[in-house]
Design a protein. Structure first.
Length: 535
């Protein structure tokens, strides 16, 4: 078993997760079985209780774990199966240690960061190694070297590497080489200092991945090599990508990073065959067609809030040989300025998931506009609930219809809390979460798109379609195209008379990969493309 640890220096947001995932892609394409894991130093047990301003998207796994969005990259870039074992936070570590202490497992001892907290961290690596039976475990450490809260993790991996021996563990440090405009040059000092910080902790990185805007010329590589004590070929340039994040694996391959890793870890495997990857990338970068769709949300200014949705759109675009320009529309702006002004000319409208009341009326307006103007609509979780409320208000003529999430006293609660949810008092990990089977209704557009009878899709919500209204909706022209196998919960709605109008109570975006675009997204972009071409 081989272990790769990915740390980050200088600043956050360097794309450590993408680097780790891309290395995973390369190693997988060399025939290795890879498992990826993320350690997050914050004290929340999981990111499920944080809002997108703090953390970006909360990525949900099949087993219902609410995790860091880097796990989304891991799943999109590799075939690695992720479970809650693949994301560890300081919160979980301390919770485990404190539970052990109360259970008397350390009886007689003083409980300390070293060894008790560090052991708990190391256990998680061992556990993943055992469970995944992978050849290589890639562990990404969140945060930036020098953060106080990250220290136990760095100490844990330092000890771990010592234990498994020099050719079984490898440290990759992702760092930043800024371009200083006034000087007109790239500067290596921040990298030198962050490597010095790591070495102070006892970790000497084997490979430096240098994020930069401009080419890293030979002299700079030599300088970094000399000051940071790594061979010059282990100074890897990772430039800002030009078109797509899916270029990163190819970029790292050109820099021979995977060769370096394999040599260092004594892995005798053939070169990576990236032909398939290149093919998908070509479709993303140079499509024949082009459409513009709108994503209507309330965290529109945050690049990371709807990460998986944007990625799923790109995958579906590639599958349709179609470049997709995503226009980010602020739901509150629709409330102020009207749907027509902000949504005119779009070939498709997507309303993603969300919580809380802000922007809800704007999203409802967007759904109305899509329905009336026959613009392809895809509603995800909250977006499905929004479409339901809109239909109740404007087609069933129940103007006060709402979800009890936003109006607990509505006379027409077309979306209401699940029975089991009404008894829940704790906030963390208590929603309807993870992959659940959904039976599709034969003859519906949804069933045709999936080409299946039963699908498994990931959930993260508390509210549901209220069954009391089923009949009225059906009579008025809405179709239910997916249910839980017991028939009790509505999972998917659609409007058969519309060119494309589908809402799912689950989050299909979490199952989309570049080479396996999700059927619902694929259908949505195909319909948008058709609309664009007609115009
Ligand atoms: N707020 C809604 C619910 O809890 C939708 C959640 C979501 O979109 N993820 O049911």
């Amino acid at each position: 078993m081989k272990y790769i640890f990915v740390t980050g220096g200088v600043v956050s947001s360097l794309g450590k997760g993408l680097t780790a995932a891309s290395l995973g892609t390369l190693l997988e394409n060399r025939g290795l079985k890879v498992a990826l894991q993320k350690f997050d130093p914050y004290l929340n047990v999981d990111p499920g209780t944080m809002n997108p301003y703090q953390h970006g998207e909360v990525y949900v796994l099949d087993d219902g774990a609410e995790t860091d969005l880097d796990l989304g990259h891991y799943e999109r870039f590799t075939n690695c199966k992720l479970t809650r074992l693949n994301n560890l936070t300081s919160g979980q570590v301390y919770q485990a240690v404190l539970n052990n202490e109360r259970d008397g497992k350390y009886l007689g001892k003083t409980v300390q960061v070293i060894p008790h907290v560090t052991n708990e961290i190391q256990n998680r690596i061992h556990l993943l190694a055992e469970q995944s039976k992978a050849d290589v475990i890639i562990t990404e450490i969140g945060g930036t070297t020098g953060d106080i809260e990250g220290l136990p993790f760095l100490e844990a991996i330092r000890e771990f590497a010592l234990e498994v021996g020099p050719h079984n563990a490898l440290f990759v440090h992702v760092t930043y080489v800024p371009f200083i405009k006034a000087a007109g040059e790239l500067k290596t000092k921040p990298t030198q200092q962050s490597v010095a910080k790591l070495r102070e902790i006892g970790i000497a990185p084997h490979i430096l991945v240098c994020r930069c805007e401009k080419p890293l010329e030979k002299e700079l590589r030599q300088k970094i090599s000399m000051f940071c004590n790594v061979p010059v070929e282990a100074v890897i340039e990772e430039r800002d990508v030009e078109h797509s994040i899916y270029e990163v694996p190819l970029m790292l391959q050109r820099e021979r990073m995977d060769d370096l890793v394999c040599n260092q870890l004594h892995l005798d495997v053939p070169a990576a065959n990236m032909a398939h990857w290149q093919e998908v990338l070509r479709k993303i970068i140079a499509p024949q067609h082009q459409v513009r769709i709108g994503v209507v949300g309330k965290y529109i200014e945050l690049q990371d809030a709807y990460k998986s949705v944007y990625e799923a759109i790109i995958h579906a675009g590639a599958a349709n040989d179609c470049g997709v320009e995503t226009q980010k529309v602020d739901a509150e702006a629709i409330e102020r300025e009207g749907a027509a002004k902000l949504l005119d000319g779009l070939a498709g409208i997507l309303v993603p998931g969300g919580f809380g009341e802000r922007g809800i009326e704007g999203k409802i307006e967007a759904a109305r506009y899509s329905r009336e103007k026959k613009i392809p609509y895809l509603g995800l979780c909250l977006g499905m609930q929004i479409a339901t409320i809109e239909f109740a208000r404007n087609v069933l003529k129940l103007p006060k219809a709402h979800s009890t999430e936003f109006d607990p006293n509505t006379p027409h609660p077309v979306i209401a809390m699940l029975d089991e949810q009404t008894r829940v008092t704790k906030k963390g990990g208590t929603m309807r979460l993870g992959a659940q089977p959904c039976q599709l209704v034969v003859g519906t557009r949804t069933a045709r798109l999936y080409g299946a009878f039963v699908v498994n899709e990931r959930h993260r919500h508390r509210y549901e379609f209220n069954n009391t209204y089923r009949e009225r909706f059906t009579k008025a022209g809405m179709a239910f195209s997916g249910f839980t196998p017991d028939g009790k919960l509505v999972e998917i709605i659609e409007l058969p008379e519309h060119p494309f109008f589908i809402g799912s109570q689950f989050h299909p975006e979490f199952h989309s990969k570049p080479h396996q675009p999700h059927p619902l997204f694929r259908g949505f972009i195909s319909a948008a493309r058709a609309r664009g071409e007609k115009k």
